[in-house]
Ligand binder design. Structure first.
Ligand code: SF4
Length: 371
């Protein structure tokens, strides 16, 4: 079957970020990071809610100062989605956000300072059941590693990650996930491959500083696609110089294209050509915009003419094939008598898709009650 993913996930242990399971076969969680000032509670809460609306499973928030930690307390009280606090160096901030209910700490144990501080943070994480994300980045490798390897290499990123992992191992703490991000696709991919062989814990994927909306999405899709296809990766963030909401959408699109995790509509659309019987590009763009709120997984094919239309419609939940003045409509792969006026395709398809979404939701409810 070509609509099922052939990917076999790498076995890993499981952690929980709030109520979101990560690793051990759990759905790959999609996350992003706020870019508002954390001290601007209102703006940050609004951005987190916008991310939640498009499906973010987890949101990361920078907490660089004690003022930001106080703001974090208010933010945490105002949202439902699990929050990761991005801390880096100051162990006191880690302890503070732990007190305020943080769901995960993004902090590298080796950067905290002396042993006592590290132990304080790890003991607190153990007490409160808070996982840690170790995050290594090709752009900020330790000086000794840069001296040793001369440049960021997969081995250098791995060694950096393992330094932090070894600290947590020594303190008997295994509730962590690790990332080894780089802006270069091959560097990131090879680093993750090496890391996947070394540890049991879940891996957080990302091509860091990937670029703008278009180029960053492509770079992320190529890099993460290689890893995900090999079964590597338990959660991901797409790093774009763009609205974080786009990061979530791109993350789901990557998972959707590999059939690893479905959310919302998977549009199958032809590029269109002079044979098209209606405006394919505008139809698809408009429907993508109107149906952003749909979370039910569904394949919808929108094809400009009969060259490829019937074939795609046969394997889609809903299909449209361009015809002269009126276009053919398929439901569940079956051609329907009803045809759509080519001047009213967007409205007609939206109605059909929403009806199908409700029907599928009802079916899921009925199945649930008969279990
Ligand atoms: S399906 Fe028809 S309209 Fe679409 S690209 Fe192919 S030939 Fe052109």
């Amino acid at each position: 079957m070509y609509n099922e993913s052939p990917i076999i996930r790498r076995p890993s242990s499981r952690i929980y970020v709030g109520n979101v399971p990560i690793g051990d076969g759990a759905p790959i969680a999609v996350q992003s990071m706020t870019n508002t000032k954390t001290t601007d509670v209102e703006a940050t809460v609004a951005q987190i809610r916008a991310l939640e609306k498009v499906g973010a499973d987890i949101v990361r928030v920078s907490v660089p100062t004690m003022d930001a930690a106080e703001a974090f307390k208010l933010i945490k009280q105002a949202v439902d989605v699990p929050l990761v606090a991005d801390i880096h160096f100051d162990y006191r901030i880690a302890l503070k956000v732990a007190e305020y209910g943080v769901d995960c700490l993004r902090i590298n144990p080796g950067n905290i300072g002396n042993e006592e501080r590290i132990r304080n943070v790890v003991d607190c994480a153990k007490d409160k059941n808070i996982p840690i994300r170790i995050g290594v980045n090709g752009g900020s490798l330790e000086k000794e590693l840069m001296d040793k390897y001369k440049e960021p290499t997969p081995q250098a990123l791995l060694e950096s990650a393992m330094r932090h992992v070894d600290i947590l191992d020594r303190l008997n703490f295994d509730q962590f996930k690790v990332s080894v991000k780089a802006s270069d696709v091959f560097l990131a991919v090879e680093s993750y491959r090496l890391l996947a062989k070394q540890i049991q814990q879940p891996l957080h994927l990302g091509i860091t500083e990937a670029g703008g909306m278009r180029s960053g999405s492509v770079k992320s899709a190529v890099g993460l696609g290689m890893l995900l296809a090999e079964g590597i990766g338990d959660t991901l963030r797409i790093s774009l110089a763009a609205d974080p909401v786009e990061e979530i959408k791109v993350g789901f699109d990557i998972l959707k294209s590999l059939r690893i995790r479905s959310r919302g509509i998977n549009f199958i659309a032809c590029p269109s050509c002079s044979r098209q019987e209606f405006d394919v590009i505008n139809t698809v763009n408009e429907l993508e915009r109107r149906l952003e709120d749909v979370t039910t997984a569904m394949d919808v094919s929108i094809i400009g003419c009969v060259v490829n239309g019937p074939g795609e419609a046969l394997i889609s939940d809903i299909g449209l094939t361009g015809g002269n003045n009126k276009s053919g409509y398929y439901d569940g792969g079956v051609r329907q008598k009803e045809r759509f006026d080519n001047n009213n395709i967007v409205d007609a398809l939206e109605t059909k898709i929403r009806a199908k979404v409700s029907m599928m939701a009802n079916r899921i409810e009925i199945n649930d009650t008969t279990k």
